[in-house]
Design a protein around this ligand. Structure first.
Ligand code: FPP
Length: 222
């Protein structure tokens, strides 16, 4: 969701105004994804590297997450959206943690769209934890190291049970993966849009889907 800060600066507004507009764009993206029949939409809301931002900006983001969670819980229920989380949201404190947990539980039975929010997420840390889990199981004699395969790794990731990524959209013209779903995006189609995240809407989502539909996916074959 890149470009919130630049969107605000362009308008002479504080960065938090960009994040607020960015949170509104999440709702548009969620609706567009559900309408298009997408099964899972993962949103990178806060990376494990975002702690390098100022205390004020982190407090603003935490406040916004609390506010939108409260306000949008009904929308999630109405739109039959299941909320899931990856990363380490507990770092945002027990109050937000409990609200997030409540929203996950309240929406657990919804099947129209899974909205997976990455909070304090980093792909390398996730992969390291999955490798460590396998090492612990092997040391305890519960698995044979020779038998470790890709499924065993995937089962230890926080996205276990979710499909691999088909389409990865990055806004604001940045051309990097930035430690996002590195394993899961192995064969994802990458779409980089020049628009800033707060301007992301159904039309932008449909443009990305059209680009995806025009790609030939070979998964290494011919
Ligand atoms: C990236 O733009 C955006 C973020 C790091 C934060 C996104 C988080 C929210 C909008 C909070 C609400 C979240 C939900 C799920 C409701 P940037 O600040 O890096 O922009 P810049 O590159 O222009 O500086």
């Amino acid at each position: 969701m890149d470009g919130n800060g630049r969107w605000a600066t362009k308008r002479g507004l504080p960065r938090v105004a960009g994040h607020r507009a960015g949170a509104e764009a999440v709702r548009k993206a969620m609706r567009a994804a559900a309408d298009a029949g997408v099964e899972v939409l993962t949103i990178y809301a806060f990376s494990s590297e975002n702690w390098r931002r100022s205390d004020d900006e982190i407090a603003d983001l935490t406040g916004l997450m609390r506010f939108y969670l409260e306000r949008e819980l009904k929308t999630l229920e109405k739109e039959k959206v299941r909320l899931q989380l990856i990363g380490h949201p507990e770092a945002f404190g027990s109050e937000l943690g409990q609200r997030l947990q409540k929203a996950v539980e309240r929406t657990a039975a919804n099947t129209r769209l899974t909205l997976n929010i990455a909070l304090n997420y980093g792909s390398r840390a996730e992969l390291t934890a999955a490798a460590k889990r396998l090492a612990v199981l092997a040391k305890a004699g519960e698995i044979d190291p020779e038998g470790i395969d890709e499924q065993a790794m995937a089962a230890g990731l926080q996205t276990a049970g979710l499909p691999d990524l088909d389409l990865l959209i990055r806004t604001s013209g940045e051309l990097r993966l930035s430690n996002f779903l590195l394993w899961q995006a192995a064969y994802a189609e990458l779409v980089f849009l020049d628009i800033l995240w707060p301007d992301f809407d159904e039309a932008a989502f449909n443009d990305a889907l059209a680009a995806y539909a025009g790609r030939q996916r070979r998964f290494g074959g011919r």
